[in-house]
Design a protein around this ligand. Structure first.
Ligand SMILES: *Cc1c(COP(=O)(O)O)cnc(C)c1O
Length: 360
C-alpha cells in the first residue's frame, strides 16, 4: 500500500486482472462466470448487483433473518423494484420448504436473494438447499456471501447462482474499500442498460474491464494492492480450506472459553458459522456493557455490540489475522474485565428480550 500505483498504468492493469482471476477461482467459477469488482464497501457491490440483474418487470424475493437480508429488501424498495420478503427469526435458518411454497404460489418472483452467513447473529444459512429450490423452480439466485467468502466454500457453479457478492476486508483479510460480484456472464450481458445508476452499473463496469482492463472510474488503488497481497497469503494458508480451518478453531476455542465463564451463545452449535458469535447479555446487573467494552479495548481487543432485535446480546468475531494466542488473550481479558466489574458469571437471565446493547 506504500507504493503509489498509477490507475491506468500497465502494472496496475495486470494487478487488477490477477485479482479478478484469483477471486473467480476461489468462487469456483470457470468459463461461464466473471468477477466484477466495484469501488466502495460490500453494500455498494450488493446494490450494484441487485440493481443490474433484477429487471424492472421482475420481482425479488428476499430471505430475511437479520439486518443484511433487510438491507437488500430496502435497496430494492429504494430502487423502485418489486420486492417480497420471506422472514424468519434471527436465530432460525430460512426453510427451503417455505421458500418452495412461496415460489410455487407467486409466479411473478423472478429472483431470490439470500445471505450465506447472516452476520447479524452469525447464523449459517443453508445456501445449497436454498439454491436447489431456486434452481428447481427456474428462478435466479443472488447470494450475499460477504462474511463467508474465502473461509466457507460457496461454489458458484454448484449453487448455479446468477451472482455471489463479497468484499475485500472480511475473510480475505484485505483492507476495506472494495466489493466484488462473481456473476454469470449470460445474466450480465442480458442486463445491459438495466441498472438504475451510472456508478452502480455492474454490466457497464464489466464492459470497462473487457475493453481495456481498466476501471471505469478511479479505483481504490491501495486497497487493490493490499488485496493482491491478501490473496497471496490466502493461497499460502491453503485457500478456503486452510482459512476456514483456522477460523473454525478460533470459534471453537472462543465458544468453549466463554461457556466456561458462564456465557451462553444465542445459536445452537449446529447453526453457528465460524465467523462471528453472538452471546446473550449476562443477567448480573453489575455487567455494564460499555464498561466491559472499554476494558477490552484498553487491552487491545475490540468486540461488537449486538445487532439483534430478539435478544440483548453482544458479538465477538472469529475472523481476521488472529489465531489461538489472540483468542486465548481475549478470553483472559474478558475474565479480568468481569472480575473488575464484580461479575461472577456471564450467565444470561431469562428476561433479556427487547433490551439492546448500545453505546448510548
Ligand atoms: C459486512 C456485510 C455486508 C455489508 O458490508 P459493508 O462492507 O459494511 O458495506 C453485507 N452483508 C453481510 C452478510 C455482511 O456481513
Amino acid at each position: 500500500m506504500l507504493r503509489d500505483w498509477g490507475s491506468r498504468d500497465p502494472d496496475f492493469v495486470v494487478m487488477t486482472a490477477r485479482g479478478r482471476a484469483r477471486l473467480l477461482e476461489i468462487a469456483g467459477g470457470s468459463e461461464g462466470y466473471v468477477c466484477v469488482p466495484m469501488q466502495g464497501s460490500g453494500t455498494f457491490a450488493v446494490e450494484a448487483t441487485i440493481g443490474t440483474l433484477l429487471p424492472w418487470h421482475g420481482r425479488l424475493l428476499v430471505l430475511v433473518n437479520g439486518a443484511y437480508g433487510k438491507r437488500m429488501q430496502r435497496m430494492a424498495e429504494i430502487m423502485g423494484r418489486a420486492v417480497v420478503v420471506l422472514e424468519t427469526p434471527e436465530d432460525e435458518a430460512p426453510s427451503p420448504a417455505a421458500l418452495d411454497a412461496c415460489l410455487s404460489e407467486d409466479s411473478g418472483i423472478t429472483h431470490v436473494a439470500a445471505v450465506h452467513c447472516e452476520t447479524t447473529s452469525g447464523i449459517l444459512n443453508p445456501i445449497m438447499a436454498i439454491a436447489d429450490v431456486v434452481r428447481a423452480r427456474g428462478r435466479r439466485l443472488i447470494v450475499d456471501a460477504m462474511s463467508s467468502f474465502g473461509a466457507l466454500s460457496c461454489d458458484v457453479e454448484a449453487l448455479g447462482c446468477d451472482a455471489l457478492v463479497a468484499s475485500s476486508n472480511k475473510c480475505l483479510e484485505g483492507a476495506p474499500g472494495l466489493g466484488f460480484a462473481i456473476v454469470r456472464q449470460d445474466a450480465l450481458a442480458a442486463a445491459k442498460g438495466n441498472a438504475h445508476s451510472l456508478s452502480l452499473d455492474l454490466q457497464h463496469q464489466e464492459q470497462g474491464f473487457a475493453t481495456n482492463g481498466q476501471w471505469r472510474f478511479t479505483p481504490p488503488t491501495h486497497v487493490l494492492a493490499a488485496l493482491d497481497q491478501a490473496l497471496a497469503e490466502h493461497a499460502a494458508e491453503g485457500g478456503v480450506a486452510g482459512r476456514g480451518a483456522r477460523y473454525s478453531e478460533n470459534c471453537r476455542l472462543l465458544v468453549t472459553g466463554m461457556r466456561a465463564l458462564g456465557f451462553e451463545t444465542l445459536l445452537p452449535d449446529r447453526l453457528q458459522a465460524p465467523i462471528i458469535v453472538t452471546f446473550r447479555m449476562p443477567a448480573d446487573p453489575r455487567f455494564d456493557f460499555k464498561a466491559f467494552y472499554d476494558r477490552l479495548v484498553a487491552r487491545g481487543y475490540v468486540i461488537y455490540p449486538g445487532k439483534l432485535t430478539v435478544a440483548d446480546s453482544f458479538r465477538i468475531g472469529c475472523i481476521g489475522r488472529i489465531g489461538t494466542p489472540e483468542i486465548q488473550g481475549a478470553l483472559a481479558a474478558i475474565a479480568d474485565a468481569m472480575a473488575a466489574l464484580g461479575v461472577a458469571s456471564g450467565a444470561p437471565g431469562r428476561a433479556t428480550v427487547g433490551k439492546m446493547a448500545s453505546f448510548a
